[in-house]
Design a protein around this ligand. Structure first.
Ligand code: FEO
Length: 170
Protein backbone atom coordinates (compact mmCIF):
# COMPACT_ATOMS: atom_id res chain seq x y z
CA UNK A 1 0.00 0.00 0.00
CA UNK A 2 1.22 3.46 -0.88
CA UNK A 3 0.42 6.55 1.16
CA UNK A 4 -2.87 8.21 0.10
CA UNK A 5 -1.37 11.59 -0.85
CA UNK A 6 1.17 9.86 -3.10
CA UNK A 7 -1.59 7.75 -4.69
CA UNK A 8 -3.69 10.87 -5.31
CA UNK A 9 -0.78 12.62 -7.06
CA UNK A 10 0.10 9.51 -9.11
CA UNK A 11 -3.52 9.28 -10.25
CA UNK A 12 -3.55 12.98 -11.15
CA UNK A 13 -0.39 12.40 -13.18
CA UNK A 14 -2.20 9.80 -15.31
CA UNK A 15 -4.59 12.58 -16.29
CA UNK A 16 -1.79 15.13 -16.82
CA UNK A 17 0.11 12.78 -19.11
CA UNK A 18 -3.03 12.03 -21.12
CA UNK A 19 -3.67 15.77 -21.34
CA UNK A 20 -0.08 16.18 -22.60
CA UNK A 21 -0.78 13.57 -25.29
CA UNK A 22 -3.96 15.42 -26.25
CA UNK A 23 -2.16 18.78 -26.32
CA UNK A 24 0.63 17.46 -28.52
CA UNK A 25 -1.84 15.80 -30.86
CA UNK A 26 -3.40 19.23 -31.23
CA UNK A 27 0.06 20.68 -32.00
CA UNK A 28 0.65 17.88 -34.52
CA UNK A 29 -2.64 18.56 -36.28
CA UNK A 30 -1.81 22.29 -36.39
CA UNK A 31 1.51 21.64 -38.15
CA UNK A 32 0.02 19.18 -40.65
CA UNK A 33 -2.58 21.80 -41.40
CA UNK A 34 0.22 24.33 -42.05
CA UNK A 35 1.99 21.97 -44.45
CA UNK A 36 4.84 21.39 -41.98
CA UNK A 37 4.48 17.61 -41.94
CA UNK A 38 7.85 17.01 -40.26
CA UNK A 39 6.85 19.13 -37.25
CA UNK A 40 3.49 17.33 -37.35
CA UNK A 41 5.29 13.99 -37.24
CA UNK A 42 7.53 15.09 -34.38
CA UNK A 43 4.57 16.10 -32.22
CA UNK A 44 2.52 13.03 -33.19
CA UNK A 45 5.32 10.86 -31.81
CA UNK A 46 5.54 13.13 -28.77
CA UNK A 47 1.82 12.47 -28.18
CA UNK A 48 2.48 8.71 -28.35
CA UNK A 49 5.24 9.09 -25.77
CA UNK A 50 2.94 10.99 -23.42
CA UNK A 51 0.32 8.24 -23.72
CA UNK A 52 3.09 5.75 -22.82
CA UNK A 53 3.93 7.84 -19.75
CA UNK A 54 0.28 7.72 -18.65
CA UNK A 55 0.27 3.94 -19.05
CA UNK A 56 3.42 3.64 -16.93
CA UNK A 57 1.71 5.52 -14.09
CA UNK A 58 -1.36 3.26 -14.48
CA UNK A 59 0.85 0.16 -14.38
CA UNK A 60 2.77 1.39 -11.34
CA UNK A 61 -0.45 2.03 -9.40
CA UNK A 62 -1.78 -1.42 -10.35
CA UNK A 63 1.49 -3.14 -9.49
CA UNK A 64 1.10 -1.68 -6.01
CA UNK A 65 -2.51 -2.78 -5.63
CA UNK A 66 -3.88 0.76 -5.95
CA UNK A 67 -7.07 1.75 -7.73
CA UNK A 68 -6.73 3.83 -10.89
CA UNK A 69 -9.29 6.64 -11.09
CA UNK A 70 -9.67 8.25 -14.51
CA UNK A 71 -10.91 11.83 -14.72
CA UNK A 72 -12.05 14.01 -17.63
CA UNK A 73 -9.27 15.11 -19.98
CA UNK A 74 -9.45 18.86 -20.63
CA UNK A 75 -9.68 20.34 -24.10
CA UNK A 76 -6.19 21.58 -25.11
CA UNK A 77 -5.82 25.06 -23.62
CA UNK A 78 -3.11 26.49 -25.89
CA UNK A 79 -4.03 28.93 -28.62
CA UNK A 80 -2.31 27.80 -31.82
CA UNK A 81 -1.32 31.04 -33.48
CA UNK A 82 2.01 30.50 -35.26
CA UNK A 83 4.62 27.78 -35.70
CA UNK A 84 7.12 29.37 -33.31
CA UNK A 85 4.60 30.14 -30.55
CA UNK A 86 3.50 26.51 -30.52
CA UNK A 87 7.11 25.39 -29.95
CA UNK A 88 7.44 27.89 -27.10
CA UNK A 89 4.21 26.60 -25.57
CA UNK A 90 5.62 23.07 -25.85
CA UNK A 91 8.68 24.10 -23.85
CA UNK A 92 6.53 25.86 -21.26
CA UNK A 93 4.39 22.74 -20.92
CA UNK A 94 7.39 20.47 -20.41
CA UNK A 95 8.68 22.75 -17.64
CA UNK A 96 5.25 22.55 -16.02
CA UNK A 97 5.28 18.74 -16.20
CA UNK A 98 8.77 18.67 -14.66
CA UNK A 99 7.31 20.63 -11.73
CA UNK A 100 4.51 18.06 -11.35
CA UNK A 101 6.97 15.15 -11.28
CA UNK A 102 9.04 16.98 -8.65
CA UNK A 103 5.92 17.54 -6.54
CA UNK A 104 5.17 13.79 -6.53
CA UNK A 105 8.81 13.10 -5.71
CA UNK A 106 8.62 15.53 -2.78
CA UNK A 107 5.48 13.81 -1.46
CA UNK A 108 7.11 10.37 -1.77
CA UNK A 109 10.28 11.62 -0.09
CA UNK A 110 8.29 13.09 2.82
CA UNK A 111 6.87 9.64 3.69
CA UNK A 112 10.07 7.70 2.89
CA UNK A 113 8.38 6.00 -0.07
CA UNK A 114 11.61 4.86 -1.68
CA UNK A 115 9.84 2.61 -4.18
CA UNK A 116 7.94 5.52 -5.71
CA UNK A 117 11.06 7.68 -5.68
CA UNK A 118 12.90 4.99 -7.63
CA UNK A 119 10.00 4.73 -10.10
CA UNK A 120 10.03 8.50 -10.56
CA UNK A 121 13.80 8.64 -11.17
CA UNK A 122 13.17 7.60 -14.79
CA UNK A 123 10.70 10.46 -15.21
CA UNK A 124 13.07 13.01 -13.69
CA UNK A 125 15.66 12.05 -16.31
CA UNK A 126 13.06 11.89 -19.09
CA UNK A 127 11.84 15.40 -18.26
CA UNK A 128 15.41 16.70 -18.48
CA UNK A 129 15.65 15.23 -21.97
CA UNK A 130 12.25 16.53 -23.01
CA UNK A 131 13.04 20.06 -21.86
CA UNK A 132 16.33 19.92 -23.79
CA UNK A 133 14.50 18.73 -26.92
CA UNK A 134 11.84 21.43 -26.60
CA UNK A 135 14.50 24.13 -26.06
CA UNK A 136 16.37 22.82 -29.09
CA UNK A 137 13.28 23.11 -31.27
CA UNK A 138 12.69 26.72 -30.21
CA UNK A 139 16.35 27.61 -30.88
CA UNK A 140 16.38 25.91 -34.27
CA UNK A 141 13.20 27.67 -35.29
CA UNK A 142 14.68 31.02 -34.21
CA UNK A 143 17.74 30.32 -36.34
CA UNK A 144 16.12 28.81 -39.43
CA UNK A 145 12.38 29.49 -39.31
CA UNK A 146 12.45 32.64 -41.44
CA UNK A 147 14.37 31.11 -44.34
CA UNK A 148 12.16 28.81 -46.49
CA UNK A 149 15.00 26.54 -47.62
CA UNK A 150 16.30 26.08 -44.07
CA UNK A 151 12.79 25.58 -42.73
CA UNK A 152 12.24 22.87 -45.36
CA UNK A 153 15.40 21.09 -44.19
CA UNK A 154 14.45 21.41 -40.54
CA UNK A 155 10.99 20.05 -41.32
CA UNK A 156 12.58 17.10 -43.15
CA UNK A 157 14.83 16.42 -40.15
CA UNK A 158 11.84 16.34 -37.79
CA UNK A 159 9.96 14.14 -40.25
CA UNK A 160 12.61 11.44 -39.78
CA UNK A 161 11.78 10.96 -36.09
CA UNK A 162 10.44 7.47 -35.40
CA UNK A 163 8.54 6.14 -32.42
CA UNK A 164 10.20 3.87 -29.93
CA UNK A 165 8.67 2.45 -26.76
CA UNK A 166 9.86 3.88 -23.41
CA UNK A 167 13.06 2.43 -21.97
CA UNK A 168 11.29 1.90 -18.62
CA UNK A 169 9.30 -1.31 -18.24
CA UNK A 170 7.42 -2.28 -15.09
FE1 FEO B 1 5.29 12.93 -19.95
FE2 FEO B 1 6.83 15.21 -21.26
O1 FEO B 1 5.76 14.64 -19.90
Amino acid sequence: MLESKVVELLNQQVNKELYSAYLYLDFSNFYYDQGLDGFGNWYKIQAQEERDHAMLFVQYLQNNGEKVVLETIDKPQVELTCAKTVLEEGLKHERYVTGLIHTIYDAAHAVKDFRTMQFLDWFVKEQGEEETNAEGLVKKYELFGDDPKSLYMLDSELGARTYSAPSLSL
